[in-house]
Design a protein around this ligand. Structure first.
Ligand SMILES: Nc1ncnc2c1ncn2[C@@H]1O[C@H](COP(=O)(O)OP(=O)(O)O)[C@@H](O)[C@H]1O
Ligand SMILES: [Mg+2]
Length: 394
């Protein structure tokens, strides 16, 4: 499953943003305040809304008035995503549309739609369609041979008009698109890795996935080591290639029953506990644990992965993200690092420019000058440094 287009209206800096043909590996550059974090936050917003309701998702972001684009308070917030997914052995382009407005000073869901074409011709069919807490979903959506009059509608009234219909319906396998979309949003991961939280001995918890801050890294390392030894070996080999001197990483039990990461440097007999290894070593290990997760996240967002990493490692890191995308995941990365960008193709680069408070997005590959320069052998990071990504510098 892969997101291919994104349309946003009136969500903070994005008064009217449209991105089409989104690649599996998507790298965003832009000056501070242009909306890189906001872009990733769209997914975070959907996930929070799915967990609770839109009111709460808005509340943790300062409330509806803070989130809707300044000056657009009379309009609605609109989020539209198109994603490719396989339904009964056919790849379909599914659209999810969410319109949020205000009613008596309370945020409400004015419209929520999931639609896709049943066959090559014809208009996209609404498999789920809700207005203000009421609507329907199709229960026999996989009966593509049936004419659309024969599809069974299940009318529903939701508990309240600030709850997403996909929240409830997405729990049922019979609503194919709704449950697939729900699981994409739920399993989305934004990395907010803090080295300080990953360090130190930890309660030996069971954890299969790295947490956003990385505070369970030792537990996840132990889980992969014990249950997916081939993947653990891959991670170790990559660590050895990327961090000079490192020969082994182990999650060790401490005397008081806790867990700690130990890094073996080949120059010394005893390993170092994670408190005494470099920030870059910790971070590289964290990214490898994330990228070689036995059950990878379908959608991964990473902000500025370059922090604390030695510049020469950034090329490899960019290649690791690209290879994660090749293996089927989708990755969004924001960066300020020319070294990182040097390892990325123009097709994967998007840049944000803010003018009079509103941000627009540009694709590097649509820029003829950039294309010519890259064809002549220049690297994107170099061109960015030289000011060829017009308007990107503050
Ligand atoms: N409701 C809003 N309307 C318009 N702009 C907003 C709104 N809320 C926040 N902003 C602007 O959005 C920007 C935040 O962007 P952010 O995603 O943090 O940028 P980046 O991550 O690229 O540094 C800030 O410049 C802020 O002024
Ligand atoms: Mg930011």
């Amino acid at each position: 499953m892969k997101i291919v287009t994104l349309k946003i209206k009136n969500y903070r800096v994005f008064e009217n943003l449209e991105i089409e043909d989104i690649p599996s590996f998507c790298v965003i550059i832009g000056a501070n305040g242009t909306g890189k974090s906001t872009l990733f936050d769209i997914f975070g917003f959907l996930r929070d809304a799915l967990k609770n309701n839109i009111r709460q998702a808005l509340q943790v972001r300062g409330g509806y008035k803070e989130v809707i684009t300044r000056g657009k308070e009379q309009e609605n917030i609109e989020i539209e995503l198109q994603f490719k997914m396989n339904i009964l052995n056919t790849e379909r382009l599914v659209t999810y549309l969410l319109i949020i407005g205000e009613d008596h000073k309370r945020p409400v869901i004015k419209r929520e739609i999931l639609r896709y074409k049943r066959d090559e011709h014809g208009k996209p069919f609404h498999f789920l369609d809700f207005k203000l807490g009421q609507g329907y979903a199709i229960t026999n959506e996989e009966d593509f041979s049936k004419p659309k009059e024969k599809l069974e509608r299940e009318e529903q009234k939701l508990e309240s008009n600030d709850i997403l219909a996909i929240k409830g319906l997405g729990q049922f396998q019979r609503f194919k698109a709704a449950s697939a979309f729900r699981s994409l949003i739920e399993n989305w991961h934004v990395s907010d890795f803090h080295i300080s939280e990953a360090r130190g001995s930890k309660d030996a918890l069971y954890a299969e996935h790295l947490s956003p801050t990385g505070d369970n890294m030792a537990s996840v390392a132990q889980y992969i080591y014990q249950n997916h030894s081939d993947l653990f070996q891959t991670i170790l080999t990559k660590m050895q290639e990327r961090v000079p001197g490192i020969s082994k990483v182990e999650a060790k039990d401490t005397e008081d029953g806790r867990l700690i990461l130990k890094f073996q440097d080949q120059a010394f007999k005893d390993p170092f506990i994670d408190r005494y290894v470099s920030d870059g070593t910790m971070k590289m290990f964290a990214y490898l644990i994330l990228l070689f997760d036995p059950k990878p996240h379908p959608l991964l967002c990473v902000e500025e992965p370059e922090n604390q990493l030695y510049p020469t490692l950034l090329r490899e890191l960019a290649e690791e993200f690209a290879s994660y995308a090749d293996r089927g995941g989708q990755v969004f990365v924001s960066t300020h690092s020319p070294d990182f960008l040097n390892a990325v193709s123009l097709e994967n680069i998007f840049w944000l420019i803010k003018e009079e408070g509103i941000t627009k997005i540009y694709k590097a590959k649509d820029n003829q000058i950039l294309r010519n320069l890259v064809e002549q052998g220049d690297l994107p990071g170099y061109l960015w440094n030289q000011g060829w990504f017009e308007g990107v510098a503050p």
